[in-house]
Design a protein around this ligand. Structure first.
Ligand SMILES: [Zn+2]
Length: 306
């Protein structure tokens, strides 16, 4: 059986110490921010800066790009080196041009498949945190401008005193099995023959297991039972946490129900194995960077045990 161990999964494996306690002390942050050894990870709308001469996220001198930042965003400590996240898009044009001489702006999805896991995880972490700051400059309660606190782990509203924390939106994604077949659907807008396992956001007042049952029923009409949690993966587009499940069904004829899917059907193990080997012209599976593919590969590996 292939391991469901999340180590080595794209967008995971960050080994930084996030210094959750120390970051509450402004004196510590000031010292780390002024340290000439401090390094910056840069990300913007178009991706993350990756060193062209190494299989790694660029770690550039912080004082060269962010020497006077009012609100430093500390990712954590890499050994004794402080790593900060810096918004590439906010830099002056000259700095951006200089940086891209030795590094390339790589879209995050691409970074997820081309970089080693810990590096892709770092890219995702920096991108997710920068995305959150970019989109939460104003208080959602009263509309006033907010201030970064805890070196970027929260934002505070000085007017109504509300504290805001980085969001992670839970999404359930699941294999649904019946009689050695897997339920796959093609989302509206996907080109044929692309198909994948079903997924959807967890609603307020709902457990992840309940969301699995509801989503599959809503999207395909198929009733599932016994959802079992498998593994999770951050999916920072912009801020989801994918919760992977495996569920069973007693079968039935699936059909698109709520407009999210264009097509949904049962696929035999053989059809899926052929698609994994890229010799099934009528089915293209999601890329290995996704937890969807991990769950499909896992289902096939487990089926080998039968
Ligand atoms: Zn407020």
């Amino acid at each position: 059986m292939r391991s469901s161990d999340p180590r080595g999964r794209p967008f995971t494996g960050v080994t930084l110490d996030r210094v959750s306690t120390e970051r509450k002390d402004p004196a510590v942050i000031e010292r780390l921010h002024r340290d000439s050894a401090a390094r910056a990870v840069l990300a913007g709308h178009d991706g993350v800066l990756v060193a062209t001469d190494a299989d790694a996220v660029l770690r550039t001198r912080l004082d060269a790009v962010d020497g006077h930042a009012r609100e430093p965003i500390l990712l954590g400590l890499d050994g004794s080196t402080a790593l900060f996240a810096v918004d590439f898009d906010a830099l002056p044009v000259a700095s951006r041009e200089e940086l891209t001489e030795a590094a390339a702006l790589v879209p995050l999805r691409e970074a997820g498949s081309s970089l080693p896991p810990g590096e892709a995880g770092l890219a995702a972490y920096a991108t997710a945190l920068l995305n959150w700051h970019r989109m939460h400059r104003f208080c959602s309660n009263c509309g006033a401008a907010t201030d970064s606190e805890e070196a970027g782990f929260s934002r505070h509203c000085p007017v109504c005193a509300t504290n805001h924390f980085p969001r992670t939106d839970p999404v359930v994604i699941m294999t649904v099995e019946h009689d050695d077949q897997l339920l796959l659907g093609r989302r509206s807008g996907w080109r044929e023959p692309r198909s994948s396992v079903l997924a959807g956001f967890v609603s307020p007042g709902e457990s992840a297991e309940e969301a699995v049952v509801r989503e599959v029923q809503e999207e395909s009409g198929i009733v599932v039972r016994d959802p079992v949690y498998v593994s999770s993966q951050p999916w920072p587009f912009p801020s989801s946490l994918m919760l992977g499940f495996a569920a069973q069904s007693d079968g039935g004829t699936p059909s698109p129900r709520d407009g999210e899917l264009e097509e949904v059907a049962w696929y035999s193990r053989r059809e899926i194995e052929d698609a994994i080997a890229e010799r099934n012209p009528s089915l293209r599976l999601p890329p290995p960077v996704s937890i969807a593919r991990f769950l499909i590969d896992r289902w096939v590996a487990n089926a080998d045990q039968h």
